[in-house]
Design a binder for this molecule. Sequence first.
Ligand code: S3P
Length: 167
Amino acid sequence: MLTAILIGFMGTGKTTVGNVLAINTQQQQIDLDDEIVSAAGKSIKQVFAEDGEAAFRQLETTVLKTAFKRNGILSTGGGVIESETNRAVLEATEIPIIFLKTLPTVILERLTGEDAAVRPLVGQLGPAGLTRLWKKREPLYERISDLTILTDELTPEEVSERIETFL
Ligand code: S3P
């Protein structure tokens, strides 16, 4: 069974925290973006460029459903709550959902260089568009989560400790 699902905007540390949490609790980490890359046989950037965002979202829904059959900690991609199907799945589950919340100013500082290069939406939207997207998504993350952690001033280890205490 999955024991925790990490959600939140790009650059909030879902993958990094999920990795620490998985190590600390001796579980496997499943990263939804990695699952999409394996399923597509190409990078996220290539999926967006060659097949479009809608195709990416379909793949994301498929791999999310498959991930529910596995064991461990699930780190999702920031856009997992874009699909109504995904939101319904996440709202219905008993598995604890942890929202890693980071303010847009901090996110924009983080999403530069390689971190920006692997995320097509960063280049497409720019700072103002990303901030708008953050505001649109924020209530959706809040609604489906069981715990919100403001990560701005915490290390991944500290975030993981809080999740471990909660679980
Ligand atoms: C996306 C977030 C990314 C990745 C893709 C789209 C989004 O995952 O799934 O680039 O729509 O927010 P991270 O949140 O791990 O960066």
